[in-house]
Write a protein that binds this ligand. Structure first.
Ligand code: ATP
Ligand code: MG
Length: 570
């Protein structure tokens, strides 16, 4: 027979005080509410409450993977160093890869991801195009010796990941596997109660060319995003091609104006009473080949490093000395009358802007009404600015919103990067051996748990969405010692269990205030409060943790009412 769990026996040691080391809400609440405990830096135990939620997230993943025909399996966590050499990552992965030797001095790595292991697995036994495509996945602990393990489950050194790998015969099939996987991911996060934006991503360490990251929107996120709530466009501010809203300078003859001491955009804008986006900012740098470069960007936008490296290679901003040597006047650089020998470019967003307010290449002077094509030319256009909220959506033109995001999952098209390097081939229709086209697909399961908490909490604690809540209902008898209340509470709890709900009963002899506080802290979706008055009148109070909504429900109706509510949200 299924039973409810007694709070007195549940291993969920709550903390009265906020743990000092926890900066993030999720980290703090998961520690305080007795979900996780730290072993060493970046290593956590999942206590029973967390483990139940983790298992639910995994179950959601399993169901959605089954929908798209991905097959679950398991490879060893420990991977042979030789495989990493074959792929070229033994060196490339760097100190994040946790390495160890066995007693025979053979090298191994604790898998941070398993492209090598899966490619090795199939390379001798998946032989014919007739068997393709195949998608395999596992849910397993991963290891990364992060430079700065922090924020609890968010960035740990041992964490749970679902990682999947698809093997296809051609690009069309890879695209299909990838699209199905991406669609499944969107469903998984939604079912977990996470609002996630799919963001086009640079593929980074793992390689390949087409990739999307699923970013849970939360202030705690490390990534800065812009998104469009009209058409669904979303991008990292550092990757998006920005369409800033520009204000044009006025038309007129080129006019030199005195701007004494106004060497910053803010100063100039204030002095000349123009908006910052009506000015053009000049940045001076030395590109990877040693050329002096001046690049113009909208006054209210910044250049970012990632894009600048694309455009300028291994560049650096000019020092005061380098500025002087190049004949440039700090704070007053403009496109009219620049010294010789400078590589001049501007951000693509300024291409259609005619009238510029710019420095006059003379200390304490600016030019107004500098006209592109008349007073100066821009010989080279680059894409270097960071997008920001208020810029226009590159897809539909509506203003973008800003958000921060937690990367909970990522899908990549790897192509033949690993199969070619590791000699994993299949016999194609034409009889020729070809390397598999691979995709890889990861979800940070433990990070996702933390992301759920980031999105579902209030001043009192966590407010779990039903789908991933450790239990669904907490029964709170206000007076356990009372010989009416306690037996009725037990009966009530058992009726909920019999109706298929997951139930905890707070059987502790604590004051009601303590019980309420703990119930709100742990955050099960529904609380059923039963006191003396309730027993007499035959009612319990049902509270929705997330909304705070309360209703009195007849004792013999509680199971029916809650089942209906809970099932709809599972
Ligand atoms: P990040 O940029 O945050 O370091 P990543 O892009 O290196 O992550 P992937 O290789 O894409 O990570 O791994 C797949 C997923 O595993 C990530 O989307 C993330 O949810 C999770 N993950 C990665 N590193 C960690 C970590 N140190 N702790 C917890 N989860 C992690
Ligand atoms: Mg990633």
């Amino acid at each position: 027979m299924k039973r409810y769990v007694k709070m007195s026996q549940l291993y969920a040691p709550t903390l009265k005080e906020d743990p000092a080391e926890a900066e993030l809400v999720s980290h703090r609440l998961l520690l305080r509410a007795g979900f996780i405990r730290k072993g060493a830096s970046g290593l956590y135990s999942y206590l029973p409450l967390a483990w139940r939620s983790i298992r639910k997230i995994e179950q959601i993943i399993r169901e959605e993977m089954e929908e798209i025909g991905a097959q679950e399996m398991q490879v060893p966590i420990l991977t042979d160093g030789e495989l990493w050499r074959q792929s070229g990552r033994w060196g490339a992965y760097g100190p994040e890869l946790m390495r160890l030797n066995d007693r025979h001095e053979r090298e191994f790595a604790l898998g941070p991801t398993h492209e090598e292991a899966f490619t090795d697995l199939v390379r001798n036994e998946l032989r014919s195009y007739k068997q393709l495509p195949v998608t395999l996945y596992q849910i397993q602990d991963k290891f990364r010796d992060e430079l700065r393990p922090r924020f609890g489950l968010m960035r740990s050194r041992e964490f749970i990941m679902k990682d999947g790998y698809s093997f296809s015969a051609d690009q069309e099939s890879l695209q299909q596997c990838y699209d199905e996987e991406a669609a499944a991911y969107a469903k998984i996060f939604k079912r977990c109660g996470i609002y996630a934006l799919p963001v086009a991503a640079d593929s980074g360490q793992i390689g390949g060319n087409t990739s999307v990251e699923f970013m849970a929107v939360a202030d705690a996120g490390e990534a800065e995003l812009v998104y469009c709530d009209k058409c669904g466009f979303a991008a990292d501010t550092e990757a998006a091609t920005a369409r800033p809203v520009l204000s044009e300078g006025e038309a007129g003859d080129l006019e030199k104006v005195a701007t004494p001491g106004a060497g910053t955009i803010a100063d100039v804008a204030r002095l000349l009473e123009v908006p910052e986006n009506g000015t053009r900012k000049a940045l001076a740098l030395v590109d990877g080949e040693g050329n002096n470069v001046v690049v113009f960007v909208p006054g209210d936008h910044d250049m970012n490093d990632v894009k600048a490296e694309h455009a300028f290679g291994n560049y650096h901003m000019m020092t005061d000395e380098e500025l002087q040597l190049a004949g440039l006047v700090k704070g007053f650089i403009g496109p009219v009358g620049l010294p010789e020998g400078i590589r001049v470019c501007a951000d693509q967003s300024l291409r259609d802007s005619q009238w510029w307010l710019v420095g006059a290449n003379e200390k304490d002077f600016h030019f107004m009404h500098a006209k592109q094509g008349r007073d100066f030319e821009i010989p080279e256009w680059v894409d270097v600015i960071t997008a920001k909220p208020g810029d226009l959506c590159p897809t539909c033109g509506k203003p973008l919103k800003g958000a921060r995001g937690i990367e909970c999952g990522q899908v990549f098209q790897l192509g033949t990067k690993y199969s070619a390097a590791m000699g994993a081939t299949f016999a194609d229709v034409d009889g020729h051996d070809k390397p598999f086209l691979m995709g890889c697909y990861g979800i940070g399961v433990s990070r996702t748990l933390a992301a759920v908490v980031e999105q579902h909490n209030d001043g009192n604690g966590i407010a779990w969405p039903v789908s991933v809540a450790p239990f669904e209902v907490e029964v709170l008898p206000l007076n356990v010692g009372d010989d009416m209340v306690w037996p009725e509470a037990q009966r009530l709890a058992q009726s909920l269990v019999d109706a298929g709900l997951e139930v905890v009963v707070d059987d502790r002899k604590e004051r009601p205030g303590v019980k309420f506080a703990d119930a709100d802290l742990i955050g099960l979706p529904y609380q059923v409060v039963l006191g003396k008055r309730g027993v007499k009148e035959g009612v319990a109070e049902v509270k929705n943790r997330a909304t705070g909504e309360r209703q009195d429900v007849a004792l013999d109706q509680v199971a029916a009412v809650l089942t209906e509510k809970v099932i709809a949200q599972r």
